[in-house]
Each structure stands twice: as C-alpha cells, then as structure tokens.
Design a protein around this ligand. Sequence first.
Ligand code: FES
Length: 94
Amino acid sequence: MPKLTFLVTGQTHEVPAGTKFLDFCRKNNAPHDFGCTVGSCGTCCLTLESGAENVNPATDDEKETVEMCTDVKGARLGCQLVINGDIAVRPIER
Ligand code: FES
C-alpha cells in the first residue's frame, strides 16, 4: 500500500491506492489544515517533497488557486489530491 508521510510530524501511514488526501486527514485527525475543501481557498496548500508523480495531475482550476496562494514550484492543494503511491507532504505557510 502507498505510504503517506507528514513531514511536519514525521508520521507515516499506509493508505489504499486511490485514497483522497482530504478523506484520510478527516478520518484520522491528521496534521493538515483545510478550509473550503473544494479547491478555491488555498488553505490546504502543500508541497510534495517526494512522490509528486504518485498523485493525480492538477486541473486548471487547481493550478489557478495555487498560483493565487504561493510561488512555490510544484505546490498542490491537499483537498484535491488522490494518493496513488508513496508521498511525503509539507504544508505551505501562508
Ligand atoms: S481547502 Fe480550500 S483549497 Fe483546499
């Protein structure tokens, strides 16, 4: 199963492939903040320090929100992520 690592705490969890990051976080009280949960507020912005290739590609709408929130290259919205392989995430401070 894919491994999801929260670099902010060092916690690693095994999750079934296809798990939505948002769903996992909600069910497990994970250390990541969300706001709107629909890809428009940017609260959930994060970087994938490894495994960027192991998630769904960003849609144009996601890219637009990310660009409004941060200049960090490769940033993603946690609420839009689907986990398909090992990833390590770190929130982006706003
Ligand atoms: S929670 Fe608002 S963009 Fe993800």
